[in-house]
Ligand binder design. Structure first.
Ligand code: CDP
Ligand code: CDP
Length: 195
């Protein structure tokens, strides 16, 4: 069975949490595509070469969760050759037998425009920055500034900008519990799953 769930949205909206829950509930494989861009940014040197030669070890670095890694990711993510070098890996993952959930920025628009389910998870910048601050600590207004700067870069780049696909289901989690957001996403998947 091929069945792709595309989960996009801005920083710290809840994409990863929802995607992991969907993967577990429906037995789908999960790929956090942000990790690919974080690994390219963290590798240093020529980002295009880094994207062409990513290894499992690059993806397993334990410094990829930081705000510094997130900023570096969004800077290399504007480079079309970097995005192109990561496309086949993501598409192959999406087409694996048994189905897959991919979360990122351009899954429903560019990587998997024919995905069976497209979700766009969002929340206000203040709520998202507060969640990221609870996870990572630091100074909350600085986390908010980083999140806003990264959203702007992601939404305004020429290649694969962050935006909901025309046929995406938009879920605003600003005032939703994690459980409620997962339940809404799971209902959307269940409605499209082949019998
Ligand atoms: O993957 P993404 O950056 O979109 O977000 P995440 O890592 O899934 O979620 C960011 C943080 O927000 C995590 O600590 C989640 O537990 C939390 N969260 C929340 O408090 N309420 C939600 N409805 C969704 C996520
Ligand atoms: O978890 P969070 O939403 O904060 O970030 P992430 O999903 O790990 O993505 C880090 C950065 O990688 C984003 O700000 C984007 O610039 C870039 N990215 C992208 O361009 N396309 C994707 N499919 C995934 C991430």
């Amino acid at each position: 069975m091929q069945f792709t769930v595309a989960v996009d949205g801005p920083a710290a909206a809840g994409k990863g949490t929802i995607s992991k829950a969907l993967a577990a509930k429906f037995g789908l494989a999960h790929l956090d595509t942000g990790l690919l861009y974080r690994a390219v940014g963290a590798k240093g040197g020529d980002p295009i070469e880094a994207a062409k030669s990513l290894t499992e070890a690059d993806l397993a670095r334990d410094d990829l969760r930081s705000q510094t890694a997130a900023s570096a990711a969004s800077k290399v993510a504007v480079i079309p050759e970097v995005r192109a070098a990561l496309t086949d890996f993501q598409r192959d993952f999406a087409q694996r037998d048994g189905g897959a959930v991919l979360d990122g920025r351009d899954i429903g628009t560019v990587i998997c425009p024919k995905a069976e389910v497209k979700l766009f998870i969002t929340a206000s910048a203040e709520v998202r920055a507060h969640r990221r601050w609870l996870e990572l600590g630091g100074i909350e207004v600085e986390v908010l500034a980083e999140v806003i700067a990264r959203d702007e870069r992601d939404m305004n780049r020429a290649d694969a900008p962050l935006k909901p696909a025309a046929d995406a289901i938009v879920i605003d989690t600003s005032h939703m519990s994690i459980e409620a957001a997962i339940a809404e996403a799971a209902a959307a998947v269940a409605a499209r799953l082949p019998a």
